[in-house]
Design a protein around this ligand. Structure first.
Ligand SMILES: NC(=O)c1ccc[n+]([C@@H]2O[C@H](COP(=O)([O-])OP(=O)(O)OC[C@H]3O[C@@H](n4cnc5c(N)ncnc54)[C@H](OP(=O)(O)O)[C@@H]3O)[C@@H](O)[C@H]2O)c1
Length: 300
């Protein structure tokens, strides 16, 4: 059983976690469930989602878990998923992400795979979830250290890219973060808030075993053990995200990450986001570009 880090302080709160069948998203869901929250696993594979649900129930006695079929690489799927939500959501954690892709890889709608899934997919989902969000809802987007090395350039967001996949990944994360900070600005004066958080450098071999997660061979775990001084497991990587999602100490527009060296590992603390993802003009231009590309009106 997951040790309960706090009392069951999230009873009566419902949080949707995208990409909750694996890695950091799984751990966000398990940690929230351990604190009494109802968690909804937003996943594209029914089988992987069911395995994650089973695992959370095994770890957390009395866990309240639901599943929402959701493929962020398909605008039809995000629209259908949002329409199926029939309960108030107190939180959404935009965690699902494609971390590497080839240049030609596209979403179902023909968008670049990483921009389309990581940024546009979550933007469309949130736009269409608006009626389900409670008046005090909190949205947390999972960013990355890689956002600091990327230029967003809203007018060419979906253009074919050159250079390294990692740079395009950083751009997709920077776009998601800039949209999230823009959402928070648009929600100012209401009780809703939007924040970003990142998991540092979080790897599977340092992560506690769970039946639902990718198995890690004992030798791989053993060899990875010394890297714990630099990096961390995905359970620890989930901590800044859960903190941003639940702590009274975290407020709209914050960016949380691990507090250790290079922000790779450690306990959650507020960290610095790039000037570009915080820029009002970039946020406004990106919002308009995202509405156009995703074909949704996000009216806030
Ligand atoms: N690990 C790190 O060090 C690190 C660092 C910075 C940021 N991050 C961010 O943290 C998040 C989680 O990373 P992770 O390391 O836990 O990755 P992971 O183990 O690869 O898990 C990614 C999750 O996203 C889901 N996903 C991918 N494409 C999807 C789609 N089209 N629709 C719905 N779900 C989709 C995957 O589902 P499937 O199982 O169906 O593929 C999986 O559940 C990502 O956004 C990543 O960019 C991670």
């Amino acid at each position: 059983m997951t040790p309960t880090p706090h009392a069951r302080d999230l009873v009566d709160r419902t949080v949707l976690v995208t990409g909750a069948n694996a890695g950091i998203g799984y751990w966000c869901a398990e940690l929230l469930a351990a604190r009494g929250a109802r968690v909804i696993l937003g996943c594209r594979s029914a089988e992987r989602a069911a395995r994650a649900e089973r695992s959370i129930r095994e770890q957390v006695e009395g866990a309240d878990v639901g599943i929402l079929s959701l493929d962020l690489g398909s605008l039809a799927s995000t629209a259908a998923a949002a329409a199926r939500v029939d309960e108030p959501l107190h939180g959404v954690i935009c965690n699902a992400g494609v971390k590497a892709a080839d240049r030609g890889e596209r979403t179902a709608d023909g968008h670049d795979l990483m921009i389309g899934t990581n940024a546009l997919g979550h933007f469309a989902l949130l736009a269409q979830l608006l009626p389900s969000l409670t008046p005090d809802a909190r949205v947390v987007a999972v960013g990355s250290i890689a956002h600091r090395f990327a230029r967003i350039a809203p007018e060419t967001l979906d253009d074919p890219w050159t250079g390294a996949s990692l740079r395009q990944y950083g751009r997709s994360k920077a776009a998601l973060m800039a949209l999230t900070f823009e959402l928070d600005r648009r929600w100012r004066g209401t009780a809703r808030s939007a924040l970003c958080a990142h998991p540092g450098y979080a790897v599977d071999p340092l992560t506690p075993a769970r039946d639902s997660l990718a198995p890690v061979r004992p030798l791989t775990r053993l060899l990875a053990a010394p890297t714990r001084v630099m990096v961390q497991g995905k359970d620890a990587g989930a901590a800044p995200i859960v903190h941003a999602s639940t702590s009274p100490d975290a407020t709209g527009g914050d960016y949380w990450g691990p507090g250790g060296p290079l922000e790779f590992r450690g306990a959650p603390r507020r960290v610095r986001a790039s000037d570009e993802v915080r820029s009002r003009s970039t946020g406004a231009a990106l919002w308009a570009a995202a509405e156009r590309l995703a074909g949704v009106r996000f009216a806030v």
